[in-house]
Design a protein around this ligand. Structure first.
Ligand code: NAP
Ligand code: F7E
Length: 341
């Protein structure tokens, strides 16, 4: 071992939150290990360029023995399970894969800890989600969902996450595993996949601004989400595992905005007041069931953990649009250099 104070294992390290968390833990002196899947993962090279200090371990949530080996090999003080099939729309198209990955994968992680962690040192973080509430039973108007609200998931993703949530609590109660669940509302940023609506919009706005794209195709625009910045939320995950006992915590902003509002704010950044000529509605992007409104109440995390989000809605959108404009310009310049050769 080197001079690191603690070791962390992260599944889903190639995803949005994985990148933010790897950096946060490294900056705090951790040795960071991350699970990468696939025999030839195209993200690997780029990931290691950005995070040369991360030790990657080949494993797959669907393969219990590989997760057991990853835990045995890294012997983590903290194990963050961020891997999942995380796209709600995709989960309707691939429900069985979602079940095995997003639900069964959590069991594989917990069993790996139970079998290897004789001293009980490993603290486990489960990435639970506001999608478990489902937008129904919205019976506390203005207050938002908290840790005691009813669950009513509205997608195969939400249902699978609810299993992950309860099995983590069950292993806490049955075996004394330090398992904490963060019930996180939507969080976005420059690392967000372009398959999610916020990044799809900011990427398109940047390209429209630069004359590289004319329109963007979207589904329903009326749903409302409680959107925060991912960098703030991974700090909350870490704080949950530093707490003296395992527990469940909601992380949210306490504000909700429709996709229309996100569009207005994003186009405002490029000086466009009326976005309607640029948005094409697509039936294919409408989900079999929709979560109408999500609003979270982070009072417990604020009070118990001292967690506080720093980035507000206008700054989140601004940050994403500016990042995407710079990224598109850099890509364009790189292509121009290549074609000159
Ligand atoms: P993301 O960007 O979609 O990343 C998902 C990660 O899971 C990727 O690294 C992916 O690997 C990995 N993965 C998928 N299937 C796997 C498998 N079979 N074995 C191993 N790894 C696998 O997700 P995110 O936005 O960072 O979210 C992190 C976690 O928080 C997820 O569990 C998500 O469901 C949950 N969550 C997210 C939000 C949000 O707003 N972002 C809110 C609440 C909860 P590849 O790169 O190889 O595909
Ligand atoms: O959709 C609508 C869509 O896919 C947001 C995941 O991180 O947060 C995320 O789930 C809304 C929905 O995120 C498009 O129907 C319209 O109402 O960006 P999204 P999500 O479904 O809220 C939760 C908390 C998680 O846990 C998940 O892992 O936008 N929408 N048009 C669209 N959505 C997408 N993706 N693409 C569209 O074109």
């Amino acid at each position: 071992m080197t001079g690191h104070t603690k070791t962390a294992l992260i599944t889903g390290i190639t995803g949005q939150d994985g990148g933010h968390l790897a950096r946060l833990l490294h900056d705090n002196g951790y040795e960071v290990c991350g699970v990468i899947r696939g025999q030839s993962n195209l993200k690997k090279e780029r990931f290691l360029e950005e995070f040369p200090y991360v030790e990657l371990i080949e494993a797959d949530l669907l393969d219990p023995s590989s997760i057991l080996r990853a835990v045995d090999q890294s012997d983590p003080d903290e194990f963050y399970n961020l891997a999942a099939i995380s796209h709600v729309g995709y989960s309707f198209k691939n429900p069985t894969l979602t079940l095995h990955t997003t639900a069964g994968g959590v069991l594989n992680c917990l069993e790996a800890i139970r079998m290897t962690d004789r001293s009980g040192k490993t603290r486990f973080y489960q990435a639970s989600t506001s999608e478990m509430y489902g937008g129904l039973d919205y019976n506390r108007p203005g207050l938002g969902y908290d840790e005691r609200s009813l669950f009513h998931p509205r997608s195969p993703y939400g249902v699978a996450k609810l299993y992950g949530h309860w099995i983590a609590k069950n292993y806490r109660e049955s075996y004394g595993i330090f398992a904490s669940c963060g019930i996180l509302f939507n969080h976005e940023g420059e690392r967000r996949g372009v398959e999610f609506v916020t990044r799809k919009i900011t990427n398109a706005v940047a390209r429209i601004h630069l004359g590289l794209q004319e329109t963007v195709e979207l589904g329903d625009l009326w749903p409302k989400r409680d959107w925060g910045y991912a960098g703030d939320y991974v700090r909350g995950m870490w704080q949950m595992l530093q707490h003296h006992e395992p527990d469940d915590f909601v992380l949210a902003t306490g504000e909700t905005h429709s996709i229309e509002e996100f569009l207005t704010q994003a186009f405002h950044e490029i000086g466009v007041d009326d976005w309607s000529p640029y948005v094409v509605r697509s039936q294919a992007l409408i989900r079999p069931a929709e979560v109408d409104i999500l609003l979270g109440n982070p009072a417990k995390a604020e009070r118990v953990l001292g967690w506080k989000r720093e980035v507000d809605f206008p700054n989140l959108v601004r940050r994403m649009v500016r990042y995407d404009i710079a990224e598109q310009q850099a890509r364009f310049a790189a292509r121009a250099v290549q074609s000159d050769r």
